[in-house]
Design a protein around this ligand. Structure first.
Ligand SMILES: [Zn+2]
Length: 76
């Protein structure tokens, strides 16, 4: 279980691409197969959680992105 550093980095790129265009086809960060399922399970403003699932290789991982960086903390 768990993602390697490379897989995590790729996952973050996939999430960034999905956030800019939720309709694009996503490739699995582990096996590269198109059709990755991504679900936003974030608990804003505290953290972002993304669930990634791939039918091709059985990937089933939740990515946690902590929030609270100064540039993203403007909730006035
Ligand atoms: Zn896969």
């Amino acid at each position: 279980m768990g993602l390697t550093a490379d897989e995590l980095r790729t996952s973050l790129e996939v999430i960034a691409a999905w956030r800019s265009d939720p309709d694009i086809s996503l490739n699995c960060p582990r096996c590269g197969t198109a059709g990755l399922a991504l679900a936003d399970r974030s608990a804003r403003p505290y953290a972002e959680w993304y669930h990634l699932a791939c039918a091709g290789c059985g990937l089933d991982e939740t990515i946690h992105i902590p929030l609270g960086s100064p540039t993203m903390g403007d909730f006035d």
